[in-house]
Design a protein around this ligand. Structure first.
Ligand SMILES: [Zn+2]
Length: 427
């Protein structure tokens, strides 16, 4: 088809690339009104209209290794792993922590101390709202070490490929990126210094939209603000480099939450009736869209499992093997739970281990990755491209190989996602 033959992208090992990750930028946020810069970039781009994210909460691993969770093993940010817990020094104090009140001055002092612990052994593992007495069992997987460093990820990563090819890169994505404005200033300064590949992340589209919801006016304002930042970065790139690639990535979507389910209370009140203790007889971890359960005694399992299966059924479903395989979710009960319950799209678990009772969220992601509302977007823009080439749907695991193709370097040997450029040539 002529359409595709026109499309001979300008690639090579010395190309400068700016990769901008817009956290939770849903595919339909891209409009002429709210995001004119991204819209203009999309007009001369390889544009993947709906990007299917990876299941769970470890999108960066999928992005950097070019694999889905069942291949790389990473699914949720937090796992149960007492051995590697950055909070394991709390273990001897479990019974004291269990008896402390869960609010008030003493609680705040204890949490202030606890907040410091992960900084000693990990790159990023904030305790959120995880109950203090459970923390010594909880660990992280993605951010034990800086994610861009050699050996940090379970498989070969794009950063390993850059090192191999002696291509310089700078990393300003999570957890290095914090607030959007300082990130912006840091990246502008970095681009002015030279370099070649820049990874930057803006997170207001995630954090602020969790608070305000997708249909709020605030969400439109957030999109407009990030679009202005992209305009400035684009200009900086064009000033510094001859013909840079600009890659814009919405790594997943977001949806307004219409109903909430209090899994915490449902589970604890039943457990208390039988004298079962959380952390000792059983454990749950509440991500906002997943409730994960471990049972340490037969009594706990025989009493709680049937009860939960009965009481949690209508607002979600249990993750069984067929779903797990179709969504590329890894099977690792020790880390992720003997049982995993997921809510239907738009139902939130609340309160959870990230949001306290006074901190109700309105937008959420982490639902079934095949839901339209959970899809992000992706574009590879370059001035040599004559027009937009639109691919209706693609996967987050394909980005890694595509970036390597733009640089004409081999992708990670273990990556499975097919480059979108190959996709083009097969048309
Ligand atoms: Zn989020």
């Amino acid at each position: 088809m002529d359409n595709y033959k026109l499309f001979e992208p300008s690639i090579g090992k010395s190309k400068a690339i700016l990769v901008i990750l817009l956290d939770a930028f849903r595919w339909d946020y891209l409009t002429l009104e709210d995001s004119p810069t991204i819209f203009a970039l999309s007009q001369k781009s390889l544009y993947i209209k709906k990007l299917v994210s990876s299941s769970g909460f470890t999108q960066r691993t999928a992005l950097f290794t070019g694999t889905l969770p069942d291949k790389n093993g990473f699914y949720t940010m937090y796992i149960r792993d007492p051995q590697t817990s950055p909070y394991k020094i709390l273990r001897p104090f479990t019974w004291i922590l269990r008896s402390l009140p869960s609010s008030g001055l003493l609680f705040r002092i204890v949490r202030k101390f606890i907040n410091q612990l992960p900084k000693l052994t990990t790159e990023w593992a904030p305790p959120g709202r995880i109950p203090s007495e459970l923390l010594s069992q909880i660990s992280v997987i993605e951010d034990r070490k800086p994610i861009q460093d050699k050996g940090s990820l379970p498989l070969e990563s794009i950063f390993d490929c850059f090192r191999e090819a002696h291509i310089p890169f700078s990393y300003y994505m999570a957890p290095v990126s914090g607030e959007d404005e300082p990130t912006m200033q840091n990246v502008l300064a970095e681009i002015k210094k030279g370099g070649q590949i820049f990874f930057v992340q803006f997170s207001d589209t995630d954090g602020l939209v969790h608070q305000s919801g997708v249909s709020s006016q605030k969400r439109h304002e957030v999109v407009q603000r990030v679009d202005a930042r992209i305009s400035e970065l684009k200009q900086a790139m064009e000033k510094q480099f001859h013909d840079p690639w600009i890659v814009i990535l919405g790594d997943h979507g977001m949806v307004d939450v219409t109903d909430y389910v209090d899994v915490w209370n449902i589970t604890e009140s039943e457990a208390k009736k039988h004298g079962l203790i959380q952390g000792k007889d059983y454990l749950f971890f509440l991500d906002s869209t997943l409730a994960r359960f471990w049972f340490f005694t037969e009594k706990a399992q025989s009493l709680l499992e049937p009860y939960l299966r009965l009481h949690l059924s209508s607002q979600g479903e249990w993750i069984e093997e067929s779903y797990r395989q179709s969504r590329h979710i890894p099977y690792h009960p020790a880390w992720y739970g003997d049982l995993i319950w997921k809510t239907h799209c738009g139902i939130g678990i609340f309160p959870d281990f990230f949001h306290g009772p006074n901190d109700r969220y309105r937008g959420m992601h982490g639902y079934d990755c095949q839901e339209d509302s959970q899809k992000g977007m992706l574009l590879f823009s370059h001035k040599s491209l004559p027009k937009q080439l639109c691919i209706e749907s693609g996967g987050i695991e394909q980005i890694c190989a595509t970036l390597c193709d733009l640089l004409t370097i081999p992708p990670p040997k273990t990556s499975t996602g097919k480059s979108f450029l190959k996709n083009l040539h097969e048309k």
